[in-house]
Design a protein around this ligand. Sequence first.
Ligand code: ASP
Length: 645
Amino acid sequence: MYFPSWLSQLYKGLSRPIRRTTQPIWCSLYRRLVQSSQRRNPEFNSFAVRTNTCGELRSSHLGQEVTLCGWIQYRRQNTFLVLRDFHGLVQVVIPQDESAASVKKILCEAPVESVVRVSGTVISRPAGQENPKMPTGEIEIKVKTAELLNACKKLPFEIKDFMKKTEALRLQYRYLDLRSFQMQYNLRLRSQMVMKMREYLCNLHGFVDIETPTLFKRTPGGAKEFLVPSREPGKFYSLPQSPQQFKQLLMVGGLDRYFQVARCYRDEGSRPDRQPEFTQIDIEMSFVDQTGIQSLIEGLLQYSWPNDKDPVVVPFPTVTFTEALATYGTDKPDTRFGMKIIDISDVFGNTEIGFLQDALSKPHGTVKAICIPEGAKYLKRKDIESIRKFAADHFNQEILPVFLNANRNWNSPVANFIMESQRLELIRLMDTQEEDVVLLTAGEHNKACSLLGKLRLECADLLETRGMVLRDPTLFSFLWVVDFPLFLPKEENPRELESAHHPFTAPHPSDIHLLYTEPKKARSQHYDLVLNGNEIGGGSIRIHNAELQRYILATLLKEDVKMLSHLLQALDYGAPPHGGIALGLDRLICLVTGSPSIRDVIAFPKSFRGHDLMSNAPDSIPPEELKPYHIRVSWPTDSKAERAH
Ligand code: ASP
């Protein structure tokens, strides 16, 4: 599990005795986050019964009478308390004199994680007892009054970031998990980025924040939708997978710059980077082209980017879908490192190596390779074996490993069959250095590229677990992928077509004629935004001509156009040219915070299996309550256990 350095610092800090508490770097990071992103510092104490936050007190506050509210983080020998709030920690001296016996009793008896309010004076710590690593380490609070606001029972886990707990336990007691500095940081950073996005879109560029319905009807194609029963027999709403139709209809309605922090729903199960409900920064505008949307998003990210990270450099580089596939074997390349796929078919034009010969003799047959830097040093024999097995099992492909020795000789099962001229040409093309390993495969272009794309990422992970620094953890590498095909063959039936993005995406202007001749070859005006190998956004210029939209839906995609008659009708009533994009907010924040899962940047996420482990949703409903919806559960007959649930 990757933790940012401030967190490991925090761990070290909190495991020390109280009087030596180390500075939680989190606090200074958070402070920077708060200060730098606001024109004015927010007033954290307005309307509340406290005068200050725990984390803000410094020597400049010496002598001030303060009232603090917080949770008891630690108590040491009934002499000191550390009080915590979202802003940080502060040390509180428990009074020992007789006259303050009642205060002492409250502060000594309240269990850890109880909520207390204390009032007292900010004083200097005794000489030699300052903690330069703690933001509040020069001062402490001499308490005069204390009040136990609420006692805490025995907790299911300790509220310390360094205490290991399973994710299931964290999700079951999410309200406790949220008290951790890490979750506080993630959610507060998220809120600030969204605030700045709103500012950029509404205040700087005149976008209008519009809410669209979540009770909607089924949309043809695309992701599986959640159904919501209605009281009309056999009639259901659907939860929208995105506000796509509404945002296009808003353009027809003349609201020519729309945005929304939109909740979207897809019944596709949860994965580390997926949730059944998730949030998009959803944008649509009229009278715009692809470059307009790209510049808008570059500006948006630059403006909302946290100040404690390196600034975002714009414009972002662009690759075409075809280049991305050929060079990285994927449409979401991680461009933080090289190891690009190189086509070496020409080198092996007259090879004696059987499987290369075989591949090259077939249509679209190619020989391709990636070079693993210092692979000979970092990869073990068994790694190479498992790479070969992976290629055979998942791609039905052979992988040929070629090691380059210190004396620049090949070491490979087929070394003898590689001619000197081929060897030199290969070294030149692949730019191989001593100790590198070349992984070579042969076969149909797309298949060879996909395999090498997977191996590129696998090997990068392997090299990094062995100690090589390949991807700079502070680097954010944005990339536009453009010129996608408009259609892809359907997975279930490759002879039929499905939209690569969605059916409202406009074809590339120079490929419109292909729609009527070779639709498979038509490119689209669809663009994806990729960050460090993750798709964080996607959008397109839309079809605004009803006739073209009808042709694509009915003739090419074989969809029931009746379901979209409202949209087709709207396009006929003077729909302006328009386009848009949606950014996956959870994924974006996950990458910005370096979190291992998007669940770590969502306050109340669903579990891996799509359950809310805290409230136990989804839950069963008694049959009587299902009656108004004309629904009866048909229990799976073979699974009694299921029924018991
Ligand atoms: N609605 C699309 C999606 O959710 C994004 C877009 O085309 O604007 O992927």
